[in-house]
Design a protein around this ligand. Structure first.
Ligand SMILES: Cc1cc2nc3c(=O)[nH]c(=O)nc-3n(C[C@H](O)[C@H](O)[C@H](O)COP(=O)(O)OP(=O)(O)OC[C@H]3O[C@@H](n4cnc5c(N)ncnc54)[C@H](O)[C@@H]3O)c2cc1C
Length: 165
């Protein structure tokens, strides 16, 4: 496994627990892959965080899927807060980056479970609608699971100061 580098400004580093809280409450992030021609391909996606992994759904083809087939290594960045402070020439930010590998779910029961998790995250009060969607899409959708090798979170120093004072 790769060596993951430490954060330089480690006072601003978030705990594992805080990183997981952010992954649990946000709804989208940007998945970075090695895309066509060696150009990085950073593509926004909705996700659900469950059992320590990040689950996505996708069409079965396209730039993203071709990139994953070539190299399953990726990083996924989620921004929880980006509060511009014009008078201070800064932003009060809080974000998480997960590095890991993407696996395609092949097992039908696993796929259904992943679709349930995604569906309940985004449409929490519509079980019959969700079942209908799952029945409709199961054969045409790809379910992807990002298994995390390294997780880091960082916040603006001003947020650290406010939290620790
Ligand atoms: C907030 C958000 C949530 C999303 N959630 C999902 C999701 O859960 N699942 C999902 O499959 N898709 C989602 N999308 C759409 C996603 O960003 C991609 O457009 C989609 O997955 C198709 O990717 P592809 O590589 O197969 O597209 P392709 O059509 O194969 O990509 C070809 C080219 O189109 C351009 N392109 C593709 N997508 C985008 C984009 N979003 N913005 C600008 N240029 C683009 C790029 O230049 C790319 O190289 C979401 C988008 C946003 C903004």
């Amino acid at each position: 496994m790769a060596e993951f580098r430490p954060m330089r400004r480690n006072r601003q580093q978030l705990s594992r627990e805080e990183c997981e809280r952010i992954l649990g409450c946000c709804t989208s992030g940007v998945l970075a892959l090695t895309g066509d021609g060696g150009y990085p391909y950073a593509v926004p996606l909705s996700y659900v965080y469950a059992d320590g992994a990040i689950i996505f759904h996708s069409a079965v083809q396209g730039h993203k899927v071709d990139a994953i087939k070539r190299d399953s290594r990726c990083s996924f960045c989620v921004i929880e807060q980006d509060e511009i402070k014009p008078a201070e020439f800064t932003t009060y930010f809080r974000s998480v980056i997960a590095f890991g590998r993407i696996h395609t779910l092949e097992d039908a029961a696993e796929k259904v479970q992943a679709l349930r998790l995604l569906g309940r995250r985004y449409s929490p009060n519509d079980e019959s609608g969700l079942q209908h969607e799952i029945d409709k899409s199961l054969d045409h959708v790809l379910l992807l699971r990002l298994d995390i090798d390294h997780l880091s979170g960082k916040e603006a120093i001003e947020l650290t100061r406010a939290r620790t004072q």
